[in-house]
Ligand binder design. Structure first.
Ligand code: GDP
Ligand code: MG
Length: 163
């Protein structure tokens, strides 16, 4: 059994882009169970020397924004329940939002080790957001770009102790 990494974060931070980058062309299963695991995708990821199962949690972009935090909480908890490490993505361009802070609180209260990733960190527009991410209380954020493949070596180093 491979170790499991769960990608969590609010909609639009780049979770699926990261998933696709790490899974590459390998088969990604679509889990069509109803409820909070709906649209959860699982794939076999490869990162430098590491192989692991990776879970992408789907967004609720099209649904009522009022119910988003509650749904995200259930989904986040379900995703991290049996994982070896949670990869918490924030958007370094947008900066830290109230929902990011709420997710950070759930993760701090939970048992799973957390690796904080400041995605969309290519270029100067992201510097403030990376600094803000320090304030989430989850350690040093890894500046990363899922779209451009930057930060892979640092992500590897951060995951290594947990896998
Ligand atoms: P998810 O909702 O968290 O799964 O986010 P997606 O992976 O669907 O990405 C949301 C948007 O952010 C898309 O338009 C992506 O192309 C964009 N995106 C993802 N990663 C990066 C990145 O590293 N840099 C930039 N600039 N955009 C990104
Ligand atoms: Mg997605």
């Amino acid at each position: 059994m491979l170790p499991t990494v769960a990608i969590v974060g609010r909609p639009n931070v780049g979770k699926s882009t990261l998933f696709n980058r790490l899974v590459g062309k390998k088969l990604a299963l679509v889990d069509d169970q109803p409820g909070v695991t709906r649209d959860r995708r699982e794939g076999q990821a490869h990162l430098l020397g590491l192989d692991f199962t990776i879970i992408d949690t789907a967004g609720y972009e099209d649904e009522d924004p009022q119910s988003l935090p509650g749904r995200m909480r259930l989904q986040t908890q379900a995703a991290v329940e049996n994982c070896d490490v949670a990869l918490f993505l924030v958007d370094a361009r947008a900066g830290v939002t109230p929902l990011d802070e709420e997710i950070a609180r759930w993760l701090r209260e939970g048992d799973a080790p957390v690796v904080l990733v400041a995605n969309k960190a290519e270029g100067k527009a992201s510097e403030g957001g990376v600094m803000e991410a320090f304030g989430l209380g989850l350690g040093e954020p890894i500046p990363f770009s899922a779209e451009h493949g930057q930060g892979l070596a640092d992500l590897f180093q951060a995951l290594l102790p947990h896998l």
